[in-house]
Design a protein. Structure first.
Length: 479
């Protein structure tokens, strides 16, 4: 019996130790000011998903199903909104609960207890707690938006506008006191709105930077000397945080969203633009074209001929943005961000196709994003920079055919994304050492194959529209 007690004690100790070891390290900006890393010094490549309505529309079982799937697919950041977009202050969550008392951000609608079997005890914020903890158990970070931007900005949206400098500060403190000890929380302010703009109804000039600054100050005040990572989700097109809040000391990472308005968005150019700013900060496309999103459905002229963004469109946008220097990317599916379930609520901007969120979970590009992560992990990504000088072939500037390369500073490694299946000529002298390894990487399957060619001339395999050419010094040790 004594021996059994000893064994049980050891098991309990080991389980406790394992639990402590599994606590995710915080995220921070790497020393090169271009990439991210964890606070224990390991490189971190942001592979996000836009799950904006996660807290608002899914119940516990559905949320776990979603998180399990995204974990299996290789995602590591789940972006969700505490005060949701679609009338999130007045439309209850899946359990019939609202987030605030009398629309006051300083009064969270909380009740004693957190038992999900007790409707009175399990409140809106208990549900948010549960999902964040469930994500942590799966080694997933939560990119937590304290609010969607329509609760701040005088632009479009259900709103209502409820924030000012004073209550934004208090709300930031309240949320940070609740979630500051959860290391898997990454703070994302904004919410699809600029910080400086002209009002939609009155055309007046508005500057919401003091409100966002106050919210950031509230969050930071709780963390004290502990590192806290804060970024901002702006509106779409070529807009970027670099245009109005780049110099804010609380902003750790710049972001833009190349969006769903056109196929022509040149995300790679916007990455390069952001990386030229001083002081240097990492940047990423936080909302590239959503898979299965109708192309620009807002002008009233959408037809099926204009079409939807498919997995190829997503790859062509994302891979080139990363090779231009993005420190990661956030994927999105049009029927995931809203967690589309026509039996519960009408779909948003659906064109003429409706996909239930469970079906959308397994869309092609969602399953392919892990191959980008794997290649980044295979490469010395933190030491790579955009460098198209390695390409000797004509390189069109148009969005459809533009080729994007990234090259390690020591010349040991290069990756080149070809959006079209065309021969390419490479300056092999850019790769260090005498012998080189040259391979084709399939962004649809993650499979490598030897690239055969002479004098730097290579032709992609016949099958597949887009390919990645990987070149490395034969002296480089394969990780």
């Amino acid at each position: 019996m004594k021996q059994l007690s000893t064994i049980l004690a050891l098991v309990c100790f080991a389980t406790s130790a394992l639990s402590q070891q599994k606590a995710l390290p915080h995220i921070r900006v790497a020393a090169n000011h271009r990439t991210l890393e964890t606070t224990d010094g390991k490189p971190f490549f942001w592979v996000g998903d836009t799950a904006w309505e996660l807290f608002h529309r899914l119940n516990r079982e559905e949320a776990v199903e979603y998180l399990d799937t995204r974990k299996a697919q290789g995602f590591n950041v789940i972006q969700a909104v505490a005060l949701a977009e679609f009338d999130g202050l007045r439309t209850p969550n899946a359990y019939g609960d609202l987030p605030l008392v009398e629309l006051d951000p300083t009064r969270l609608a909380t009740t004693p207890g957190d038992d999900p079997a007790n409707a009175l005890a399990y409140d809106y914020w208990d549900h948010v707690d549960f999902i964040i903890k469930a994500a942590a158990e799966r080694d997933l970070y939560i990119g937590l938006l304290p609010t969607w931007g329509d609760k701040v900005a005088h632009l479009w949206g259900d709103g209502p506008i409820v924030f000012n400098e004073k209550n934004a500060l208090a709300y930031g403190i309240i949320l940070a006191e609740r979630y500051g000890e959860m290391p898997n929380v990454i703070w994302i302010l904004g919410g699809d709105r600029p910080a400086v703009y002209k009002g939609r109804e009155d055309n007046n000039d508005y500057d919401d930077r003091p409100i966002w600054r106050a919210m950031a100050e509230g969050i930071q005040s709780v963390y004290g000397e502990t590192e806290v990572f804060i970024t901002y989700h702006p509106w779409g097109g070529d807009n970027s945080t670099t245009q109005y809040i780049h110099d804010e000391p609380w902003l750790d990472m710049n972001c833009f969203q190349s969006g769903h308005g056109s196929r022509e968005a040149r995300a790679w150019d916007w990455v390069l633009r952001d990386l030229e700013m001083k002081p240097a900060k990492p940047t990423l496309d936080m909302e590239p074209c959503y898979e299965d999103h109708p192309v620009n459905p807002w002008d009233g002229k959408w037809t099926r001929q204009r079409g939807y963004f498919k997995d190829y469109d997503v790859r062509a946008r994302i891979w080139r943005g990363v090779f231009a220097g993005g420190c990661g990317v956030t994927y999105g599916h049009h029927f995931i961000w809203q967690f589309c379930d026509p039996a519960k609520q009408p779909p948003i901007n659906y064109g003429d196709t409706i996909i239930h969120w469970r079906q959308a979970l397994k869309a092609p590009a969602a399953n392919q994003l892990v191959y980008l992560l794997k290649l980044v992990e295979y490469s010395p990504f933190a030491n790579c920079k955009a460098d198209n000088s390695i390409i000797l072939s004509p390189n069109p500037t148009d969005w459809e055919k533009h080729i994007q390369a990234t090259l390690a500073e020591d010349g040991s490694f290069a990756m080149i994304y070809l959006p079209e299946n065309q021969p390419i000529s490479i300056d092999l002298n850019k790769i260090a050492g005498g012998k080189k390894r040259v391979q084709w990487y399939d962004p649809r399957t993650g499979k490598m194959s030897v690239a055969k060619g002479e004098k730097g001339n290579f032709t992609p395999p016949k099958k597949g529209r887009d390919w990645v050419l990987v070149l490395e010094s034969a002296d480089r040790k394969i990780p």
